[in-house]
Each structure stands twice: as structure tokens, then as C-alpha cells.
Design a protein around this ligand. Sequence first.
Ligand SMILES: [Fe+2]
Ligand SMILES: [Fe+2]
Length: 159
Amino acid sequence: MAAMVMKQSTNIEDFELVVNLIRKFADGFHHAKEEDLLFPKMGEKGFSPVQGPVAVMLHEHVQGRNYVKGMADGIARLRGGESGAINDIYQNLAGYAQLLQSHIGKENNILFRMADQALSAEEQAGLLEQFAAVEQQLDSEYNAENSIAKIEKLAATYL
Ligand SMILES: [Fe+2]
Ligand SMILES: [Fe+2]
């Protein structure tokens, strides 16, 4: 994906929205489906959680959470009147964006293809049912439909 040009913002509410979207939707829903359901299922097929492709994905989820923590810390400092914190927020935003683009590429092109080969049609159908059950438990404000609407609104403003 080409590098994105972001308009700089000082809108704290929008920064907070980005953190909430990542924590509740990207991490709380998407990564939860991977970590709680898909990766353990792949574990049954011999994919180790401590080395190899699944381990790399888990490690990148942790790196992502660290960037989000950096954003949240920056927002708290900005709220406290420290205007220089905006640079840290942007550094963490940029780091997260870069990490996630590469992460998604690895999953789509490598990991999910391996999972597709390793899991039977019945196993895949079972996972889909479990994914749907997870979505039912989401905070409705951050379910897939509402999260995507919020993301599109942010994109229209800043991209
Ligand atoms: Fe992932
Ligand atoms: Fe993913």
C-alpha cells in the first residue's frame, strides 16, 4: 500500500476515537478472534505459539498494543497541557500504521493461506460461527458496522 498522507490534527477527541477504535474493534474484536480462536485452532494442527508464523503475529499484536499505549499516554499529556506530546502521538500513530500494514500483508498472503490449507471446511465453518458469537458480545457502538462508519468519517477528514 502506498504511504498515506495524513493531515495533522490537534483534535484530542479524534485521537481518543482512534485509540478506542483500535482497542475495541481492531484489538478487542479482530485480534481477539485470532488469538482466542484461530491461532489455538492452528495450534491443534501443529502451529507453535512460541516460534514460527503464529508467534510472529502474536509478537506484532504486542508491538501494536505498545504503540496504542504510547498514543494514549500522549493524549493524557496533551490533555494535561503538554503541547509537545502531539509529536509522540504522531510517532506512535505512524509506527502503528506501518506495523499494521505489514502485519495485514503477512496474514493475508501467508498465515491465512496456511490456515486455509490446514483446516477442514467443517473446522472453518465452526470458526465462523464462533466469530459471529464474539461479535454479538461487542459493545454495539464499536461493532463492525459502526466502527467502519467511524473509520470512514475519520478518513474523509484526514486522508
Ligand atoms: Fe493479527
Ligand atoms: Fe488480522
